[in-house]
Design a binder for this molecule. Structure first.
Ligand SMILES: Cc1ncc(C[n+]2csc(CCOP(=O)(O)OP(=O)(O)O)c2C)c(N)n1
Ligand SMILES: [Mg+2]
Length: 575
């Protein structure tokens, strides 16, 4: 029996990878919740992020006792959901566990983000017992109206499948939810009434088969793509983040290699493929950034999109122009060639066939990917935009996981040229500030052997800063940079009055936080000049302990992309 999921691997370590195939399970005397944990462990999940609560105790207890799965407590459920997101981006899928009502609703913004950004999270929720529900008892964490189904209904739009477990349905529902989570690469929701969680499972279900391409449709799609590429004098590829969500980076790379075509990245797609290769020409962001990349991409007779999306920030506020007639769009389960749609074809199969059959070209445009330039500024000079971003770019090492936050800093770092093996995480579609700090924690839990570099604005950090404590608690050693520019700079640039009070913040003593949060031996610094910054970078790069560096810049030190968005407010908002 084949297993439902394709393998996914972002982490360099072998830990936490999904297995290719898992044998069908025999019914053992397991409980409802153990059954679910066991199936998720089969898929390579070894951590459960969450916050405990009485209605979730049966799940929490089972997690703590379960071999091969560890409990990872978080400061609140929103953070836990973001941490699960960061873990799943690295590991392929994550588990989140929350209690009824108060817990699950706190997590919902994080789950919404995972839905938008196609990050599979298995959300386990503890709920009051069936007798309590049947009697409409007035218990805590309810709305006080005797109704118990509201919270699942609230979750429904942000998950691709949900279920309330019973001993009779759990085997089947677990397979259905796993299949849905992998098909859509999105979160699922499973609730466990307290009295049900520990009952023995009385059902059996085999893992569902993974989706398969319909052979005739696949052949037609591949033939149409090859025909378009053969007819095209010039062509290029835009590899997208949805390919990496399916763990298909190697398949995309094989197509790039076999075709001899060049590729560019949009913001959400940064680091899907190595940037250190001759085929990479740089970042494509419509008319807002690199003109040579835009001119080449938009002049191509065929542009092959592989799992990317044409969202506002990917398209430079809709200033990019890709002619649909000249576009091939390979999605998870269907492919578009011009206006023609080929349903029921799997991305992996299309890529494999293309790599096997495409004719190789030996002509590349002479475009070198841009970078953030040579390091500028020295001594007691203030940390300007030029001084800041070039230093950060240089600081990034091979194989780093760089987690960046919504705000001005990620809009600059997206244009850094990454060293080999470095990964760039950004939540550029959902764009909830506060995501990056717990997501970096989740990534560090998933890949403890890799260096995690968190770069966040101070305004975003204020939402979820307490999660820093979880790094210290687990002996993880991230490098954390807090950009302190006295407020919400991106908002200043996008709002009518930049100095309006809602863009100001309480001024924290950021560099004092790690100590208060239990990260006793961390290196901390507050830097305001280039030489202080250089010294802090040097100490942080020793890597023997966590580092937390507050970088103070001018209130209006804005890199190019936010400045251009500021100049293009009309195209961004349409008003
Ligand atoms: C949860 C959430 N609330 C509000 C916003 C609106 N928002 C977008 S960016 C931003 C400010 C970010 O400020 P900061 O982290 O300091 O970065 P900066 O732009 O100053 O570098 C805000 C409030 C959001 N995206 N998400
Ligand atoms: Mg700020």
């Amino acid at each position: 029996m084949s297993h439902v999921s394709a393998p996914i691997k972002e982490a360099a370590s072998t830990k936490g990878r999904l297995q290719e195939s898992v044998p069908a399970r025999k019914i053992a005397a397991t409980t409802v919740v153990e059954h679910v944990l066991s199936r998720l462990r089969d898929l390579g999940v070894s951590k459960v992020f969450g916050v405990a609560g009485d209605f979730a105790f049966p799940i929490d207890d089972a997690v703590v006792a379960f071999p091969g799965i560890d409990w990872v407590g978080c400061c609140n459920e929103l953070n836990a959901a973001y941490a699960a997101d960061g873990y799943a981006r690295t590991n392929g899928i994550a588990i989140l566990c929350t209690t009824y009502g108060v817990g699950e609703l706190s997590a919902i913004c994080g789950i919404g983000g995972a839905y938008t950004e196609h990050v599979p999270i298995f959300h386990l929720v503890g709920m009051p017992s069936l007798p309590t529900q049947a009697a409409h008892t007035f218990v805590h964490h309810t709305l006080g109206n005797g109704e118990f189904d509201f919270f699942r209904k609230m979750a429904e739009p942000v998950v691709c499948a949900s279920a309330i477990a019973t001993p009779q349905n759990v085997a089947h529902e677990t397979e259905r939810l796993i299949a849905e989570a992998f098909y859509h690469r999105r979160p699922v929701y499973m609730a466990f009434p307290t009295d049900v969680a520990n009952q023995p499972v009385v059902s059996h279900a085999a893992p569902l088969d993974p989706p398969k391409s319909e052979p005739a449709s696949l052949e037609k799609a591949v033939a149409a793509i090859l025909e378009a590429l053969t007819a095209a004098k010039t062509a290029c590829i835009l590899p997208g983040f949805l390919a990496s969500r399916e763990g298909l980076q190697q398949a995309v790379q094989a197509f790039v290699n076999a075709s001899g075509l060049s590729f560019a990245s949009m913001i959400t797609d940064k680091s899907v493929l190595e940037e250190q290769q001759p085929a990479y020409i740089g970042m494509y962001d419509g008319k807002l950034m690199d003109d040579s990349v835009r001119e080449f991409v938009e002049s191509c007779d065929t542009v092959v999109l592989i799992g990317t999306i044409l969202s506002d920030f990917n398209t430079g506020a809709f200033t990019s122009h890709l002619d649909p007639e000249k576009t091939v769009d390979i999605r998870h389960h269907r492919t578009h060639v011009g206006k023609k749609v080929y349903p029921n074809v799997e991305m992996k199969d299309v890529l494999t066939e293309l790599a096997r059959r495409v004719a190789k070209r030996n002509q590349r445009p002479s475009i070198q990917p841009g970078s953030l330039g040579p390091v500028k500024g020295a001594g007691s000079a203030p940390i300007t935009v030029d001084a800041l971003y070039s230093r950060w770019e240089k600081f990034i090492k091979p194989n780093d996981i760089v987690v960046t936050e919504t705000g001005t800093s990620s809009m600059a770092l997206a244009f850094a040229l990454l060293p080999k093996g470095a990964k760039f995480y950004i939540q550029a579609v959902w764009g909830a500030i506060g995501w990056a700090t717990p997501a970096a924690f989740g990534a560090a839990v998933a890949a403890p052997d890799r260096r995690v570099v968190l770069i966040t604005g101070e305004g975003s950090h204020q939402l979820t800063a307490q999660e820093i404590s979880q790094f210290g608690r687990r002996g993880l050693k991230p490098i954390v940079f807090i950009l302190n520019n006295s407020g919400y700079l991106i908002e200043r640039l996008l709002s009518k009055d930049p100095d309006i009070e809602y863009n100001d913040l309480a001024q924290w003593h950021y560099a004092d936080l790690p100590k208060a949060l239990g990260c006793d031996d961390w290196f901390t610094a507050r830097v305001t000049t280039c030489s202080e910054f250089d010294q802090a970078l040097k100490t942080a790069s020793q890597g023997d302990r966590g580092a937390y560096i507050e970088i103070v810049t001018d209130k209006y030190a804005a890199p190019p992309l936010p400045m251009r968005l500021h100049q293009n407010l009309k195209t961004l908002y349409g008003t």
